[in-house]
Design a protein around this ligand. Structure first.
Ligand code: ADP
Ligand code: MG
Length: 343
């Protein structure tokens, strides 16, 4: 970051909003009125609208000691887009509201908005508004994302069928391992500030935590191959907890094969280094922002076309319970440990 520090108070609220949003170009025909009025106006031309919102609090959801503001801006958008894709919809608009203490300079906010801008361009969404307020301390971020979908084509969590295949995109556990590494390095640094953090060779897992992507490509793959998942959600709290949601809401059980759960080589190595079980990291670690979904068995051949999708199990009747079949062939109950279990 540059040495220059411009106090936010030198711009005033309207000056600040104008400064932060002036470089955002409108990308969607549905954006009728954007930043600058009492409210935005969007027209989805006969499509249905999907809306989601997420609140991110400093010290709870992110730690600025190891989170660059540009990455944080990017991730704040991504976590919301991921929820829109998880409905099988296409995100089109976001609003961004921020609460900032005077600890933050204009230069710091510029970095944050640069990350937001990159995410907007990459995913084709328009920033159409928000709110800006002073906060007593810390940084508060609230992002709302809006998406569109053809009428009644949205995919819920509650509509999986018995015998459906359970699939997941990408690989799991990386973000949790990135967090474990950064928290460990932070502790070392706080104890002895002269020791430089050793993050060499850990780019994959730190990247998974600090700069996740939303799986736009998977939704596009579905569309192109005429696939409609029977249920879907994104993996923000860990695979176990998400699968249990699908099971509970669909009134079903499931079987999950440990050997089929995708874990990247870099994540596996990091897990061993920390003395953690890679499967436990995949099941209970959060923030991977992959998609977990169920498909009718007849779609099996179509889905194997995509190397970034793993078939990891199947939905069962409710009486059969929700179980993991271990590499050794033993059955274990799937429990919702989730992200917080590790905090
Ligand atoms: P109001 O007083 O009606 O709440 P504001 O002065 O807060 O309006 O906002 C003026 C315009 O700037 C609105 O279009 C609002 O959506 C937008 N806006 C405010 N804060 C932000 C922000 N942090 N990022 C993007 N747009 C913002
Ligand atoms: Mg306002």
């Amino acid at each position: 970051m540059s040495e220059l520090r411009t106090e936010i108070s030198s711009l005033g609220e309207f000056g600040l909003i104008d400064h932060l949003t002036k470089n955002f170009e409108i990308q969607n025909a549905s954006t009728i009125v954007s930043v600058g009025d009492d409210a935005a106006v969007i027209d989805h031309f006969g499509k249905q609208t999907v809306i989601t919102t997420d609140l991110l609090l400093e010290g709870v959801h992110f730690d600025l000691m190891y989170t660059p503001l540009k990455h944080l801006g990017y991730k704040s958008v991504i976590v919301n887009l991921s929820d829109i894709y998880a409905m099988n919809a296409t995100p089109t608009h976001i609003t961004v509201s921020i609460g900032i203490s005077n600890r933050f300079s204009l230069e710091a906010l510029n970095e944050f908005y640069e990350g937001i801008h990159i995410a907007c361009e990459k995913y084709g969404v328009d920033l159409i508004g928000g709110d800006t307020s002073a906060a007593q301390k810390g940084f508060v971020i609230s992002v709302t994302a809006i998406g569109e979908i053809a009428p009644d084509k949205y995919v819920k969590r509650s509509t999986a069928g018995s015998g459906d295949l359970i699939c997941v995109s990408g690989d799991l556990g990386g973000a949790f391992l990135g967090l474990t590494l950064l928290e460990r390095e932070k502790k070392i640094w706080l104890e002895s500030p002269d020791v430089q953090p050793d993050l060499e060779g850990e780019k994959y897992i730190t990247g998974k935590l600090l700069k996740p992507e939303a799986r736009k490509d998977i939704i596009e793959f579905f569309e192109k191959n005429n696939i409609t998942p029977t249920s879907m959600m994104d993996v923000s709290d860990g695979l176990s907890s998400e699968l249990l949601h699908i099971c509970k809401q669909s009134n079903l059980g499931c079987r999950l094969y440990e050997e089929k759960i995708p874990v990247a080589e870099d994540s596996r190595n990091a897990a061993f280094k920390f003395g953690l079980d890679p499967t436990a990291c995949a099941l209970s670690g959060g923030e991977d922002y992959e998609l977990v979904f169920t498909l009718k068995q007849e779609d099996y051949d179509k889905v194997t076309l995509n190397e970034d999708i793993s078939v990891i199990g199947y939905m069962a009747d409710i009486e059969e319970g929700c179980k993991l079949i271990s590499k050794g062939g033993n059955l274990f109950d799937i429990t919702a440990q989730g992200w917080n279990a590790f905090q």
